[in-house]
Design a protein around this ligand. Structure first.
Ligand code: SF4
Length: 304
């Protein structure tokens, strides 16, 4: 079968089996085309809770499928690729955060949504990359322990100097690998382009950006800007998607290395196999884990 035939078969099976397909924006274009919804992980989780479908297929990484399950416990949630983890989400475990809480008892623990369900059970509130500044600002406590991404945490801290934000060594290995030299070289090669960067990049890279924001923020900025050229400082698939959507503009990669292998471990054939019941992994979580993990997500929703 060629790509079009596989996509047609996916669309047929999705309808026949009453499945909603979610594709994170870092998925490849052939998967984005057959998805019901695409975007950032938390937005997808909220949309999945609203659709009538009894089964949700998450094309992304494990913590994203867990978040879908937390918000839709009655639904069958399938992760497209059982090996797709997020190295950042798995950097800190529950026991480590409990030790940190003992060491810093006066701190409010803020967890990036890119964490495991288990870790969320011992945090006070979640944030996304687009809501982080707003939520942290709204927390009454001056003392904040921000986990796990020290680069996003540093970006938040720079926006809210009145807070005492403690950071730990953690972060996205894909975004954090981009160097200041790569950013300077890209700017020199494309002097008319605006540099748009995800806050998971190191502060030295973010400091050179014309815009720092979430994946959706970067996409919206590029689409709405009058400028015609952009250097994209997040996972490279975003530059490809933007080029499809805005053929009159030019998009350059900040770094050839900005590829998340975990996000790319799902192929179109994996999606087809999941719909045939021959692939993927169903996410199972007990009721206590779901309700405990949900508390800090609900707090984020209430504060957002
Ligand atoms: S890009 Fe980074 S944060 Fe996102 S899934 Fe990959 S490793 Fe995790």
């Amino acid at each position: 079968m060629n790509i079009r035939e596989v996509q047609d078969e996916i669309l047929r099976l999705k309808k026949e089996n009453d499945v909603c397909i979610l594709a994170h924006s870092y998925q490849t274009h052939d998967i984005i085309e057959i998805a019901d919804f695409t975007g950032d992980s938390f937005v997808l989780s909220k949309l999945a809770a609203q659709v009538p479908n009894k089964t949700v297929l998450m094309c992304g990484v494990r913590f994203m499928a867990e978040t879908v399950k937390i918000l839709s416990p009655q639904k069958k949630v399938i992760l497209s690729s059982p090996t797709a983890g997020c190295p950042m989400a798995e950097q800190m475990d529950k026991a480590f955060i409990q030790r940190m809480r003992e060491q810093y008892p006066d701190y409010t623990v803020v967890a990036y949504i890119n964490t495991t369900a288990e870790l969320k059970t011992v945090c006070d509130v979640c944030v996304t990359s687009s809501s982080a500044v707003q939520i942290v600002k709204a927390i009454e406590n001056k003392n904040i322990l921000f986990v796990p991404d020290c680069n996003l945490g540093a970006y938040v801290a720079a926006q809210i100097p009145e807070k005492n934000i403690k950071l730990l060594k953690g972060g996205c290995p894909v975004h954090a690998a981009v160097t200041k030299e790569e950013a300077l070289t890209a700017k020199k090669l494309h002097p008319n382009a605006l540099l748009l960067v995800h806050p998971e990049c190191i502060p030295e890279v973010s400091a050179l950006a014309d815009y720092v924001g979430s994946t959706s923020g970067i996409m919206n900025y590029a689409k709405n800007s009058d400028n015609k050229e952009f250097i994209i400082g997040t996972e490279n698939s975003i530059a490809h998607h933007l080029q499809y959507e805005c053929p009159d503009k030019k998009f350059y990669l900040l770094s050839q290395g900005l590829i998340c292998e975990n996000m790319k471990s799902t192929s179109l054939i994996d999606v087809l196999n999941c719909l045939k019941g021959e692939g993927g992994e169903e996410i199972f979580m007990d009721d206590k884990l779901i309700s405990d993990a949900r508390k800090c997500i609900d707090k984020m929703i209430a504060m957002g």
